[in-house]
Each structure stands twice: as structure tokens, then as C-alpha cells.
Ligand binder design. Sequence first.
Ligand code: PMP
Ligand code: GLU
Length: 390
Amino acid sequence: MLAKRVDSLEASPTLAMGKKAKDMIADGIDVVNLSQGEPDFNTPDNIGRAARIAIKDHLTDSYTATNGLVELKNAVVAAAKRDYNVSLLTDQVVITTGAKLALYALMQILVDPGDLVITSAPFWVSYSEQVKLAGGSFKAIVSSDPQFKLTIDVLNKLEEKPKVVILNTPNNPSGAVYSKNELESIISWTKTNDVYLILDEIYGKLVYGDTVFHSGLSLESLVNSKMIIINGVSKAYAMTGWRIGWAIADVSITHAMTKILGHLTSNPTVVAQYAAIEALNGQQKSVETMRKSFESRLNFLYRDLSEIDNISIPFKPSGSFYIFFKIDSKFMKKNNFKNTNEISMALLSEEKLAIPSGEGFGMPGYLRLSYAKSEAELIEAVKRLKHFFS
Ligand code: PMP
Ligand code: GLU
């Protein structure tokens, strides 16, 4: 018999939907796959080149320090200086196999059985399961904020004091981006209440229109602090497959994470670490080119989706690369859909369109579409959605 923790664990709905779509495509079915948050761009050439040179020079043959190559940690430190004029110590950075593992290791060092971790819904699918794996209790609150943001009001009304608060800006799946004031007030609340704050900033470079992204790095020193920043190369540098992410925090936190990671991975794959060094230290114009392209896709999709019957977008996203839209409850009733999971399945089988439902993001009644896909696929997706919902 397998351990009980597996029984209560949900498989990642974004990855599961992605796999289903990829299997159908392999069978020759014309599926438009907008299930996973994965840029359609190639990893920029300078990054691949750096990886090939590292292999050729045999830099990739041995284990590195568990928390990553000094050169990569220093590249994260240099990026913090360049982007936010913030000085960090190398030891405040821990490199992991994707930001997902940084979050996992964090939950393992912060959460004891029974500890409460809170965030706002909708939230990224792995937070809840990682908290469960640490034995903690996870609560996602639907805030009355028009963009579903976590607010001081929500925090003040909590009946139980949480051990950890998770805040994701720009948000996956809603696309909301927190203002400086909003962030400052939440940071201040967590400080006053002596609560850990995980700021997941993995989409920080992907904001649109006149939105400004504010990093926790520029608002609060991490020395002796309970705030932790999560980031990585997956989204901004089109490097989802390379699996490099990191946490930045007080050294007491990064050292504890390193202890756990020493028993999980030994170190992140070395060739990917060399690629990530080039991503951070090399030319940054590809990031802006991709960001601009995401922005133009968001603009036309937002316009076209707004015209489709029976769906509505609560607000125009200002960051990340998702649109999270609501399904009219009358449409669901009339067509005998019990929940949006069933709609997501029907879209896949009837329209060959893969988009996950809000259930996995803690907000049933919605569907999430990733627009990190080609314009042709997005245009086709709009057609299929129109056909299904009209
Ligand atoms: N945080 C959020 C909000 C995400 O959407 C993702 C998705 N990949 C991650 C963390 C993890 O990213 P990765 O493991 O690819 O670095
Ligand atoms: N973060 C992406 C998403 O939400 C990638 C898949 C995953 O890791 O869940 O689709």
C-alpha cells in the first residue's frame, strides 16, 4: 500500500491537461494546446551557446554546491542590483531545479504539521499540494477585491493566525499585479504579526500597458526578515525545460533550504546552471521582445474574448500570460454542466481545445487560457471558443 499522503494529493491539473493534449497531438489530432504556461519562443541563442560551451569545456561533469554555482548565485545578486538597486549576499540565494522546487523546499522548512498557510484564490495549482505534502493546512481566500488580490482586510479577518502567507505577483492565473502600496501594506502586516511571507515573482518581467512591477526586494531588506522571494528563468527567458529557479531570503532560511535540497537533488543540473548564468548576465533584449509579443497577444485576445457569449473576463490582466475568464452559470445549467471541469473536458473532446478549469486554481466557475502561444493558435482558439459558447 502506498503512503497516505499520495491519496490526498491532486495531480498537477496544468501538467495533466498538457499531457492529454500532447498525447492527442501525437495521435494526429489537431489540438490547440493552451493548457500550460510555457512560452512558445525558443530559448534565446546566446543561452544555448553558453550551455554548449560549458559541456565542451567539461564544466558540467561534476556536482556543484547544493545551492548552486557561485557564478549563478552572483548573477542573481547582480540582477537584483541592476533591476532594483538592491545589494544581496551570495549566501542569500539558493538555486533550485525550477522555482517549483524552491517552493517545495520552503514549505518543508517552514511548515510543521497543522500549520496554516494562506493565499488568495485563484492561486497557482502547486501551492496547495506542496503545503499538504508538508503536513500543513492550506486555505485560499476569495477576496472581495475586484482583481481577487490579497488585502489587509482579508488578513485582519482571519480567525487563525497563519504561519505563512503566499502572494504571487503578477498572478497566475488572474494576471493581477500588486501596486507598491498594496505590497507595502501586506509586508507590514506580516512583519507586525511575525508571519512568513513568500513572494512568488516568477512573472515579474512580464507586465503590460503602464503597469509597473514592484519587487519585494526593493521594499524590504531580507536580512533577519521572514520574507522570501521566489523567481527563476522559466518564464522570462523561455527556459521552462531547463529547470532553474531560486529563492532569495535571510541566510537562516537559505541554509535550511540547502540542507533539505542536499537530500533531494544534490544540485541543479550543471549545464542548466551555466545556461541560466548567461540568461541573467547576457543580453536582455530578447526578454523585451517576448514581453512585447505577449502584450500584443493579450490585447487582441482580450478584445476578441470579450465579444464571446456566455463568458466574461473580470478585469484586463496586467501581467503574467494568462486570461482567467468566468463561465455564465445559466449557460452551465442549460447545457447540464455540473462544474467547469466538465466544460474543460468538453472543450477538449468537442473542440480540441486544451484549457484547464478554475477548480485546480481554487476558483471553480472559471477557465484559464495561456496566451504564451503563437498568434495563429490563439486565433484558432478564439474560433473554437466562439463555436462552443455561442
Ligand atoms: N510559480 C508560479 C506562479 C508558476 O506559474 C510556476 C509555473 N511554472 C512556477 C512558480 C514554477 O516555475 P518553474 O518551476 O518552471 O521555475
Ligand atoms: N506554471 C505553469 C502553469 O501554470 C506550468 C505548469 C505547472 O508547472 O503547473 O501552467
